[in-house]
Design a protein around this ligand. Structure first.
Ligand code: PLP
Length: 398
């Protein structure tokens, strides 16, 4: 047997304990406190239960981290990938073939939309982006050949909220498999499998890694589904090196502590920005003014560390980002350090202006990944940057 990522039963421990201990590899020889790293790319092939190889996703470190991911997402099994996009593309291709159809929510991470639009026509796979996020929008997009429904909630970058149970109930009633990108919520704030979703996907580059130094992806679901995904994964080859697997296992030990602090900071920053005279709009699911606050409250334990906002028209967003001193104007998100970016220039730059306008991503939208610094220092930085922009005396430090 080549493949042995079986987690025999769902883990019933609490999330802090799962983060700290599940998926640890015991150091039997030296009794060290942390998992050893097995960097070998070649393992014995005969008289063994499992034929191990990094691209089979089953080296000791890969196998054990998969258990941690599965436990975190209340799933039977997991797989670790070399990036979030490797996890997303492999999962889609595991369940879709020429002539099949997938329904995707209209507000998705730009890389996912781009993958669909650029690659699926080559494979003869049909797709429909929903018109909105109501259950009726998903129902209207379903066709007789629909095999998958994919959602992302909260979504990147507008923090839209999709009713997870509503979508999974609809899909189940029609025998369609559901996938969710749970990157923004992280397993600390949301466990979609509890609401009936079949397959949970993460860009582990974000909260699971949490320190802006790991590029990885993860999938968690039933054993039956993971075997289908694995069959495609070993062909596509998007595995993660064992050193990075080890780094990710170590990082997840502090996931709860980090994310809870980011939740707290983001809520306070969202409230502060919401009442700021120079801010025209704030997008954060934890604000009562968010159109889907009630759904968010139903399915999330915390509202996450991500928010977006728009400065008032006369204030230049790019100048504002260049005026920040503490908050980093940088790509990616979810690190312990706060960062901001313009989605129109980064995560959603590959979409056309028309496509961005259609989903409401305006060019001056700022995405804010709130870190674990003291909120008072973050507010001070925002204040000084706004003051500089207002005075139009920006020292371009970038
Ligand atoms: N999903 C979301 C919500 C993201 O924000 C990203 C990246 O920003 C991805 C998936 C892709 O992940 P990766 O960059 O690890 O491939």
């Amino acid at each position: 047997m080549i493949f042995s990522l079986i987690l025999n039963m769902k883990n019933t421990q609490h999330i802090k304990t799962i983060c700290t201990h599940v998926g640890e590899l015991e150091d039997k020889r030296f009794k060290g406190a942390v998992s050893p790293i097995y960097m070998s790319t070649s393992y014995q092939f005969d008289e063994v239960d499992v034929k191990r190889y990094p691209r089979y996703f089953n080296t000791p470190n890969q196998e054990y981290l998969s258990k941690k991911i599965a436990a975190l997402e209340h799933a039977e099994a997991g797989l670790i990938f070399g990036s979030g996009m490797a996890a997303i593309s492999t999962t889609f291709l595991a369940f879709l073939k020429a002539g099949d159809h997938i329904v995707l929510q209209n507000t998705l991470y730009g890389g996912t939309s781009n993958f669909i639009r650029e690659e699926f026509p080559k494979y003869g796979i049909e797709f429909t982006f929903t018109k909105g996020l109501n259950i009726s929008d998903f129902e209207n997009a379903i066709q007789s050949n629909t095999k998958l429904i994919h959602i992302e909630t909260p979504s990147n970058p507008l923090m839209t909220i999709t009713d997870i149970k509503g979508v999974s109930d609809l899909a189940k009633s029609k025998g369609i498999i559901t996938t969710i990108d749970n990157t923004f919520a992280s397993p600390v704030n949301q466990n979609p499998i509890d609401f009936g979703i079949d397959i949970v996907i993460h860009s582990a580059t974000k909260y699971l890694g949490g320190h802006s130094d790991i590029c990885a992806g993860a999938v968690a679901c039933s054993q039956e589904h993971i075997e289908k995904i694995w069959n495609v994964a070993k062909n596509l080859g998007g595995s993660l090196s064992d050193f990075m697997v080890w780094m990710l296992e170590r990082s997840i030990k502090t996931l709860v502590v980090r994310v809870k602090e980011q939740n707290r900071n983001a809520k306070k920053l969202a409230r502060y920005l919401d009442q700021h005279q120079d801010v025209s709009r704030v997008y954060y699911p934890g604000l009562k003014s968010h159109p889907d606050y009630k759904i968010a409250k139903k399915q999330m334990r915390g509202f996450g560390g991500m928010l977006s906002f728009e400065l008032k028209d006369e204030l230049d967003s790019l100048k504002f980002l260049k005026s920040l001193e503490l908050i980093k104007p940088s790509m990616s998100l979810a690190g312990v350090e706060s960062s901001m970016l313009l989605p129109s220039e980064t995560s959603h730059a590959l979409l056309s202006q028309q496509e961005r306008d259609a989903v409401g991503i305006c060019n001056n939208l700022i995405r804010f990944s709130v870190g674990i610094e003291d909120k008072k220092d973050l507010i001070k930085d925002i204040e000084q940057a706004i003051a500089l922009v207002k005075a139009s005396a920006v020292d371009f430090r970038l």
